[in-house]
Design a protein around this ligand. Structure first.
Ligand code: GDP
Length: 296
């Protein structure tokens, strides 16, 4: 997985600090300058970097760090804690409905990985919690989308509900009824994406949301698009309100800017990450593990 460049640069900065023994405030500030550059090069949002570095510096120039026996190590520990907090602290789980099927509405731009990762997530919920998911084809504009959902459904042996090119709001409503009648306790709505965020797309998503009141709206974004992924997250959250993010293609993301910025930029947690094309390549997002990996 990603972040090699960032790891390397951060570790180089920390090596210098560790090598010094006693540290002055000036040493810390010099080290933080390198941290700042490393994060900017990793495509982390400017404001996120600025706030992060200010927070870390504040903690690192305190007497308890500078006068300690191992100031370099203390600083690495602080950076680890702050990176973890930046990505949301503890891992955020999916909420299950207390009554009736849990409805997860998958939204995102075209090509982000909505269809495959909706299916992956359904498979994960079956594996982890014994759920009986239903996949629903609400993307009626591209005939290939319905077919693609059927293909992945078949591969995972998860049923697919479709009504051809019918009205997506109607399809979503009928799918929820079908799920109740057939003992499916989770419904994954595969909604339409567009190349760009536009009003027509948002209006349709809002109408589906109003009709079926999803338990979770998960935004699917492509990690490889960096700050565009962060911008998409902000735009979808403002227009629709999202509950969390599924960050895909982390396996191909060499920089890590989206993973590090989304939480701070939108206030919404990354809940899952896609780590490859295969249908079992999805994981819960653990901020702490990710921070350790970056500093590892
Ligand atoms: P949609 O248009 O948002 O529904 O996107 P798709 O689900 O069709 O995915 C677009 C492409 O991204 C497909 O070729 C997927 O196999 C690929 N893809 C999805 N998730 C991942 C991932 O986590 N890693 C990699 N490497 N490829 C992925």
């Amino acid at each position: 997985m990603a972040f090699e460049g960032l790891s390397e640069k951060l570790n180089a900065a920390f090596k210098k600090l560790r090598g010094k023994g006693r540290l002055t405030e000036a040493d810390v500030r010099e080290g933080m300058r390198e941290v700042r550059l490393a994060l900017l090069e990793a495509d982390v949002s400017y404001k996120v970097v600025k706030d992060f570095v200010a927070q870390v510096t504040d903690r690192c120039v305190g007497a308890d760090v500078l006068d300690s026996l191992t100031p370099g190590q203390q600083i690495v520990k602080i950076v680890n804690e702050e990176l973890t907090a930046l990505m949301g602290g503890s891992n955020a789980r999916l909420t299950f409905a207390s009554k009736g099927p849990t409805i997860v509405m998958m939204v995102g731009l075209q090509g982000a990985g909505k269809t495959t990762n909706g299916a992956k997530l359904a498979g994960l919920m079956r594996r982890q919690f014994g759920k009986r998911p239903l996949l629903v084809a609400c993307d009626v504009y591209r005939p290939a989308a319905i077919n693609q959902l059927q293909v992945v459904g078949k591969q995972l042996d998860i049923p697919v509900f479709e009504m051809g090119q019918a009205d997506p709001v109607h399809i979503a409503e009928e799918a929820v009824k079908y799920a109740r009648d057939h003992g499916n306790d989770m419904v994954f709505l595969d909604t339409a994406g567009r190349l760009h965020i536009d009003e027509a797309l948002m209006d349709e998503l809002k109408a589906i949301k109003a009709a079926v009141k999803p338990t979770e709206i998960l935004l699917v974004v492509d990690a490889m698009t960096g700050q565009d992924a962060v911008n998409a997250a902000s735009a979808f959250d403002e227009a629709l309100g999202i509950d969390g993010v599924l960050l895909t293609k982390l396996d191909g993301d060499a920089r890590g800017g989206a993973a590090l910025s989304i939480r701070a930029a939108t206030g919404k947690p990354i809940k899952f990450v896609g780590t490859g094309e295969k249908l079992d390549m999805i994981e819960l997002f653990h901020p702490e593990r990710m921070a350790s990996r970056i500093l590892g």
